[in-house]
Design a protein around this ligand. Structure first.
Ligand code: PLP
Length: 464
């Protein structure tokens, strides 16, 4: 297909698009991969090939592609109001209804009645930057100006704005950006399979992770630490499920040190774990929750921060003296995003997608294990709900890593495209991740896993 200036779309891309999180060198040599249309779990590329998208984009198209209900909600909201900001106390119907709906969902489906208000943004990253600023604001209003640091975890992914990149615990994202900033400290990565000591049980490992956190707090001084941020399941790091007791024990440590808990539910929110929220799955007691992605199934860029009543009451009480809360964005609470989010939540509820994720979860992991459990280069297959990771090792018995630069998961992901399925090659340790739309069927899971297994087989000569 040729376009203005008689160039192919791919060539125009190479000459004009600055791709996020991409190798410029690779795009100039091999890229881009252009996609043209999608429906359900299928994505069509410019060559007319249909691929099963086992990533749901970037863990985000929870309701699946091509839903007319979301397009209609968006068109209606654009015609009716188009835009409304929330500054200076302005508001609009869809945004009010959405805030109320989110608080209700958290109360009823996540067992978290402490959530008091919802602040809106446009991306997961800005939600985490908002959380970062909020905990400072809260402690300044409480007369604790030294209590500012945020503890994150090695291997965490919290986005790529300035504070969010710093919270992200993966070095590749810091390189050449002079990050992380001061006031962010990272504690150990709680991924038992890769980071446990030889023979260390999951419980002993969990104990050690909690002890590391306590040591860090003692070293920095609890009076300097405002918050701890965690994904209920670490996604981009490698689909790391929390080890036994981990969050219950972490919560005790946080409570004992007057440290807030920020739950980054940007991936786990809206059904991914087989429950509505990771907060419910893992019995968390967050003070701030970051939501994005599945909030609108990515049909509109929107994020939300829920804040607990203990934070809200400090802000509310201090308000007459402190003056306006001077944080927010042009698109905070955008009425089109709010209408899409409401329609999306309706769709997820009406079609039972969270229940579908829970029901298909065992079949999903069994399908992976049946096909790949004996592969000599696959050390671990783990999952919760419709979120799974396949971890590659050079030697299964010794759990040794491939030599630096081999990238077995990248090789397999490339073969997967050939086999007609999309999986992601994650940037921290060699893991292929899977997080399909929650509307996926049992038949589609089986077909996707057949294709992925074929990709692993065809990649084998390059792994040996
Ligand atoms: N937090 C988590 C857990 C994420 O997975 C992501 C994105 O992948 C983000 C934050 C950042 O979201 P965004 O890319 O919308 O800024």
């Amino acid at each position: 297909m040729t376009h203005p200036r008689n160039l192919s779309l791919a060539e125009m891309d190479r000459q004009s698009v600055f791709h996020p999180v991409s190798s410029i060198d690779d795009v100039m040599r091999n890229g881009p991969s252009v996609y043209t249309s999608a429906a359900g779990v299928m994505l069509r590329n410019a060559a007319g090939r249909d691929l099963i998208d086992m990533g749901a984009g970037l863990w985000c198209v929870n309701a699946g592609y091509g839903r007319a209900e979301l397009a209609d909600a968006s068109a209606k909201a654009m015609r009716e109001l188009s835009y409304q900001h929330l500054f200076g106390g302005a508001s609009c119907e869809a945004t009010i209804l959405l805030a109320d709906r989110l608080l209700g969902l958290f109360r009823e489906r996540a067992g978290a009645p402490q959530m008091a208000r919802v602040f809106f943004g446009t991306s997961g990253s800005d939600a985490n930057d908002t959380a970062f600023k909020l905990v400072r604001y809260y402690n300044n209003l409480r007369g604790l100006p030294k209590k500012k640091k945020v503890i994150s975890r090695i291997g965490a992914y919290h986005g790529l704005t300035y504070a969010a990149t710093s919270l992200t615990g993966i070095e590749a994202y810091h390189k050449a950006f002079d990050l992380p900033i001061a006031d962010v400290v990272h504690t150990s990565c709680p991924h038992h399979y890769t980071f446990s000591l030889p023979g260390e049980s999951e419980q002993a490992f969990s104990d050690r992770m909690v002890a590391d956190l306590e040591t860090l707090i003692a070293r920095e001084g609890a009076e300097t630490i405002a918050a701890f941020i965690a994904e209920p399941v670490m996604g981009t790091g490698g689909v790391f499920l929390p080890p036994a007791d981990y969050f219950a024990r972490v919560q005790q440590v946080l409570d004992a040190n007057d440290i807030l808990f920020i739950a980054d539910e940007i991936i786990t929110g809206f059904g991914r774990t087989g429950q509505w929220f990771g907060t419910g799955t893992y019995n968390l007691r967050p003070d701030i929750v970051s939501l994005a992605k599945g909030l609108t199934s990515a049909y509109f860029p929107m994020s939300a921060n829920m804040v607990s009543d203990r934070i809200w009451s400090v802000l509310e009480n201090a308000s007459p003296e402190v003056g306006a809360f001077m944080h927010g964005f042009t698109y905070s609470g955008h009425p089109v995003g709010s209408a899409v989010a409401l329609a999306n939540i309706d769709l997820i509820e009406r079609e039972g997608m969270v229940e579908n994720a829970a029901a298909l979860a065992p079949r999903f992991v069994t399908a992976l294990r049946d096909r790949l459990g004996d592969n000599p280069f696959i050390g671990d297959i783990r999952s919760v709900g419709l979120m799974a990771g396949v971890e590659f090792v050079a030697d299964r018995a010794k759990r040794t890593a491939f030599p630096a630069g081999t990238g077995p998961h990248r090789i397999v992901a490339r073969h997967a495209i050939e086999a007609g399925v999309l999986t992601r090659a994650l940037p921290f340790i060699p893991v292929n991740s899977f997080s399909p739309p929650l509307s996926i069927t049992a038949g589609e899971i089986d077909e996707a896993m057949d294709r992925y297994a074929a990709a692993v087989t065809s990649a084998m000569p390059e792994l040996i």
